[in-house]
Design a protein around this ligand. Structure first.
Ligand code: S3P
Length: 164
């Protein structure tokens, strides 16, 4: 893997990952998409039918395979919250880039979202608590942090490209 994008839900990991892969003429690998393909079910269906623990197991298996491929990896927001995943991410030796959005931008981005099972029953406070809890987990493993608020996905991609 050439680079790994981490960050909270709605921070732009998929969009930026796609742009970066295009620019570097390599493959974009979206962990959530791989999970959906492998399971033959949407993320919501996996959570609803089998629960979060099952999703995390799938996520870990697929992460371990994905890290062996060349390209740019967009992780899920919860990927770095599992210690075994953190070990896998770090042992891949690929640079880890954290897309850090502000609380306000996160709320704006996710307020009408119905596709993410983990937040569908959360109010604004709950969402921010979850974000807060994850902050240190992202911070601990990030080699580069990009504050995304005043930047377009294209500008974020450019910053990453220059840094790489
Ligand atoms: C999750 C984030 C989602 C997806 C799943 C769980 C999380 O990915 O993996 O719904 O725990 O934060 P995105 O960050 O791409 O939305």
């Amino acid at each position: 893997m050439q680079a790994i994008l981490i960050g909270f839900m709605g921070s732009g990991k998929t969009t930026v990952g796609r742009l970066l892969a295009e620019q570097l003429k390599t493959k974009h690998i979206d962990l959530d998409n791989l999970i959906v393909e492998e399971a033959g079910q949407s993320i919501s269906e996996i959570f609803a039918k089998h629960g979060e623990a099952h999703f995390r197991k799938l996520e870990q298996q697929i992460l371990s395979k994905a890290l062996k491929l060349p390209g740019i990896l967009s992780t899920g927001g919860g990927t770095p919250t599992i210690p075994a995943n953190v070990s896998l991410l770090l042992s891949s030796k690929a640079p880890i880039i954290w897309l850090a959005a502000s609380n306000q931008a996160t709320i704006n981005h996710l307020k009408n979202d119905t596709s993410r099972p983990l937040i569908k029953d959360l109010n604004q406070d709950g969402l921010l608590k979850l974000k807060e809890k994850r902050f240190s987990q992202y911070e601990k493993i990030a080699d580069l942090t990009i504050k995304t608020d005043s930047l377009t996905p294209l500008q974020i991609m450019q910053q990453i490209k220059e840094w790489l």
